[in-house]
Ligand binder design. Structure first.
Ligand code: SAH
Length: 274
């Protein structure tokens, strides 16, 4: 029944392509125009023309509001052929900026030369991977506004001392200020997901560099959380730390107890001890 309703809704706009929601692509289409508009408004853009990448536009509910904004140069990245065909009909002028492909596999540097902004109702099954890719491109990604599974949003915004504080929380908070904007219930999607959703904004902070070896920082964070119940002394053994570093009092702690700043100073201590 709900499927039928949705197709009718699409055909009202005289578009012949029908997009059947595909679970394996994490397709849950937002039906609520007000929420869509609020998500697009959450993007804070400068006056000058700014490149914006929308990940997974689907049937274009966010895209519609994005096209109404001035001073943005939009690129759409969508993996689903059916959605791509649909979007081409709905937004013919955007066709040259519509990339059919997997966001995780695309060479973003070839697509956009300088800084850019990311927006999207992310496919929940790959949201962590999207963030890791954004982190790789952190020198270019100025801001991300996205909807994702509430649980993941909570984890990203979480501070040290919590059980859900993890790799993504530390790495993203090191480079981005995170704002938890609002929650979204399952009923406003077609089909409704089994989980609550939330919208967050990540804005690149003013740290030009972390003041430590950043590759090592990533390794320390990842290794530390790999065995989150172990003390850092044990969890970081695979990194072959010097005895003097291993004996530091901070090594008695567990990864989930360290703030971002403490991870940075730990990395500096490890560098010095080498
Ligand atoms: N923005 C739409 C759709 C959200 S559902 C809306 O709000 O209604 C997630 C979308 O991401 C789907 O359109 C799905 O096809 C797309 N998608 C899934 N995996 C993707 C990937 N790896 N790269 C790009 N798009 C992807």
């Amino acid at each position: 029944m709900s499927n039928l309703k949705f197709n009718i809704q699409l055909s009202k706009s005289r578009i012949s392509t029908v997009v059947r929601p595909k679970k394996f692509l994490g397709q849950h289409f937002l039906k609520d125009q007000n929420i869509a508009s609020k998500i697009v408004e959450a993007l804070v853009l400068p006056q000058e023309l700014s490149p914006v990448v929308e990940i997974g536009p689907g049937t274009g509910v966010l895209t519609h509001f994005l096209t109404e904004k001035k001073n943005i140069e939009l690129t759409l990245i969508e993996i689903d052929r059916e959605s791509v065909a649909y979007l081409k009909e709905k937004f013919p002028t955007l066709t040259p900026r519509l990339v059919e492909g997997d966001f995780l596999e695309l060479d973003l540097r070839k697509l956009i030369a300088g800084d850019f902004y990311i927006i999207g109702n992310f496919p929940y099954n790959i949201s962590s991977q999207i963030f890791f890719k954004a982190l790789e491109h952190r020198s270019q990604v100025k801001q991300i506004v996205c909807m994702l599974q509430k649980e993941v949003a909570d984890r990203i915004a979480e501070k040290e001392g919590s059980k859900t504080y993890g790799i993504l929380s530390v790495l993203l908070q090191a480079y981005y200020d995170i704002q938890y904007l609002f929650k979204v219930p399952p009923g406003v999607f077609h089909p409704p997901p089994k989980v609550m959703s939330a919208v967050i904004r990540l804005t690149r902070n003013n740290r030009i560099t972390l003041g430590c070896d950043e590759v090592l920082f990533h390794k320390v964070v990842k290794q530390g959380f790999q065995n989150r119940r172990k003390t850092l002394r044990n969890a970081l053994k695979p990194l072959n730390l010097s005895t003097s570093v291993s004996l530091l009092p901070i090594m008695e702690k567990r990864a989930e107890q360290l703030s971002v700043e403490q991870f940075i100073s730990l990395t500096q201590l490890i560098e010095k001890g080498r």
